[in-house]
Design a protein around this ligand. Sequence first.
Ligand code: F6R
Length: 593
Amino acid sequence: MCGIFGYLGKSDAAPILIKGLKKQEYRGYDSAGIALNCDDNSLYVVKKAGRVSQLERAVDFSVKSCCGIAHTRWATHGKPSDENSHPHTSGDIAVVHNGIIENYQYLKDKLKNKGYKFNSDTDTEVIAKLIDSKYSSGTELIDAVLYAVNKLEGSFAIAVIARGVNEIICARKNSPLIVGFAKSGYYIASDIPALLEYTKKVHILKSGEVLQIKEDRAELTDFYGNKLKTEIKNIEAESSDSELSGFESYMLKEIYEIPASVNRTVTSNKDITDFLKNKKFNHIYIIGCGTAYNAGRAAESYIENWSKIKVTSTLASEFRYDTRLCDKNSLAVFITQSGETADTLEALKAAKECGAYCLAITNVENSSITHIADKSLFTKAGPEIAVASTKAYCCQVALLTLFAAGFAKAGGNNELFDEVCSELLLETNRISEYLEKQNVSILAEKYKDTKSVFFIGRGRDYPLAEEGSLKFKEITYISSEGYAAGELKHGTIALMDKNALVVAIVTKSDMVDKIVNAVCEVRARGAKVVVLSTLEVEARFKDISDDVIIVNGGKFPTIAAVVPLQLFAYYTAKIKGLDADKPRNLAKSVTVE
Ligand code: F6R
């Protein structure tokens, strides 16, 4: 949700900033801008509605500067437009911001009373004006920024420059911000992959930290100017992990990375439940948003079966209104690829207030959630760049399944745990085989003009249906729903006609008869039907459906079964000429509530 990039060093800043924005464009892509502190002591600002490539065309790369800040936006306050794009300026000040300033209206009114005029509808412009209100009266830039951050309520990661001053000041409250230290200079970004091309040495700003970066040094303080020590970490990832590597899109590449990522996740988490020893829980909550929530639901039955503890899966944005039974005997498991999702972080804080033990399952080491959870476990999907989550979902389901088996292990059943481990690893082989021969693009072509799609399943296939539907609607913009197959006849069947497509999912043999019934019912109303199964059921469905997809799923087929659904969404978007990696109105990391 908005990407920030900054550079101060000896090289030309503009091309570095544009490259940094391109790497982070998945965080938001409705407008972009840069501000350069030029060698001739002027401030050069260009900002444009649209993609980073549009900004790139507008930038004059002959402008000389080795110090600048840049931003790619996902609009919160104010529509995507040139005026609302960042950087926002006031006098000599330019600011880029990720987050939401909750008291911006109050601050705006005060600044207006002081004579400030506003050019945008954003909350961010108040930050620029607030800093300027001190800086223009002769205060040092760092003191003006400290003054401002203490007045701001809400969440923010900001980077600030001032005309003629060769420094960048960054500050963080909640929203992420990372500074890379390299021989060629200092690099600022909202995520680590954007920095890896330049350095693996980073300081991840903590909430409440301010970093003043000058040509020869960087000084860290808290919001009151008290000195702090930077903690430089060495990052293990490779910059090539976030390249396209010959694939036509990140989403397709990431689907093809599922086997390797699940394999890494399983093999690096074999001691997963050591922390469960000597702990007793009477209720487990699984909490997340969107796809992460669906992953929790997909694994819920395994956890309940093997832990013998009641499991409740809840949307993070709803959890805080439903904490009645959450207490010190509860285990709250938070699933988040990015580790930065605001709703999930807020839900975690609410669970902590209830006294629950909070476990984070995330893909990003050192992400915000890892600093507030009692314990963190890591999926090893590697950087996920496409907005629609694919490999991260599969790793989440794998880790949760392993976690579920860990309860059995904690109860002395090592055999089950070992079986689950090896089954999950076998599943990665099966997925690789499937990916080699898959031809889902043919189905996508056949059904591309469908007006509405219903993904249906029962039991553990119901969350799978919801995940298939979420993926489909978010990148194809075709209306779709995930339904419990048995529920159709209680109302939704009214929508079935020749324009509807039903994707019926069945991964459990005791559900086959019921899914046959549902398929017959919708087909009798004219709907087209695609059956997706991990069982040898082609013969059962051949004559009553339009297409049957069989994926070899083994004993824990939930991961294998999602792959054709992801491919179906991907190829449909592609055939419709849509950018599957960057669907409209969305952003990868949702850092606002
Ligand atoms: C959908 C998707 C989103 C995310 C959700 C949570 O394809 O990617 O629904 O799953 O925004 O994000 P994380 O996992 O980063 O908390």
